[in-house]
Design a protein around this ligand. Sequence first.
Ligand code: CAO
Length: 420
Amino acid sequence: MMKALEGIKVLDFTHVQSGPTCTQILGWFGADVIKVERPGVGDATRKQLVDKLGADSLYFTMLNHNKRSIELNSKNETGKEVLTRLIQECDVLVENFAPGALDRMGFGWDRVHEINPRIIMASIKGFGPGKYADCKVYENVAQCAGGSASTTGFLDGPPLVTGAQIGDSGTGLHLCLGIVTALFQREKTGLGQRVSVAMQDAVLNLARVKMRDQQRLDAGPLKEYSQFGEGIPFGEATPRAGNDSGGGQPGRILKCKGWETDPNAYTYFIIQAAVWEKVCDLIGEPDWKTAEGFATPPERLDKLNQIFERIETWTMTKSKFEVMDLCNPLDIPVGPILSMKEIAEDNGLYETGTLVKVDHPERGEYISVGCPIKLSASPVEVSRSPLLGEHTLEILKDVLHYDDNEVENIVSSGAVGEAK
Ligand code: CAO
């Protein structure tokens, strides 16, 4: 079956996590993603967090499926010529170098646009224009600068970063949307354009509800935060909300049977107004359905600790899966806290392609996360990440149409390392 982005060629000048997540999605949707890597070195993640000596790390393999790799020194004169030819051939250039690196290479936007006016050039930087524009930025820096860390964690503890890579993968997703939107616009104008996403901006976009709460503070305390029920005054900024729900429906993480020994024997439990009566019956507090101070959502806001403590005495008698089985038929929203081990063992996720098993020549079979976006007419087949320079010759010949003589000259110039 045809793939949505079939025929689109991507010059993938990305490294580490933020850029590679973006180009990996483009590859899953059918684009021909050509990853350009420094000869002999490649993407730094190939050799980071190594678990199998000599093999590309899971860090690299899980971020670089469905790509081809060419080794190319973009600072070598012949390498620059090859890169120019790649820019001519490709529809999209994606990069997440440090600010200014591409200009120093001689391939800033003006030059790239001049070489190929149809190309879309997509960039990730840590910050947008302004006083921090020149900073190099990694995941946790973005989580802090985008407002996520200051609003994550418990009120009496320090700011916390989250395990979900909202700075890197979150920004990659934003960039991906920008690229396909620019491709769509190119259909009408025939012209490429620049797409830029700053990691700070992407995190802030994902933390949008916390900016909502910042402004609501002017109108008084945030009553759905447990802090309100505990009588703790609010300060000037959106506070950390522990495990309180970010929406209008109060929720908490509650202990389940086995919590004393299992760090993940917990459930998330939401007391949605629409199912309050069912919650009361389930936990054995039928009087709360009509009792003064409990019957309506606003009345309950200053009693959330009492209410959730009572619900927890019930959840502690059940496993997190029993809680799910009992609450789901009643439409009470709950969610077991699943460990990565439990997720890795969930057959249903393999059936949908959300988890996949991939074979790799250096490391054997490993589990990867497949494409979370499902298109009914563009099925995703996850293929393994390329070895460093695995497709150098193939790309020089088949994509860039160099003849054998020219390829020999390019190889002997040192521009592509030891071509494979
Ligand atoms: N041939 C020759 N040189 C190459 C090359 C190639 N194929 N690929 C990269 N290089 C060079 C670059 O041109 C750069 O050289 P200069 O410093 O002389 O300009 C050099 O390699 C290093 O590139 P870099 O500065 O991007 O890499 P770094 O490891 O020092 O920094 C990072 C990494 C991620 C902090 C930085 O790239 C950055 O801030 N990127 C934008 C934000 C981002 O994406 N962060 C997410 C990272 S994941 O947490």
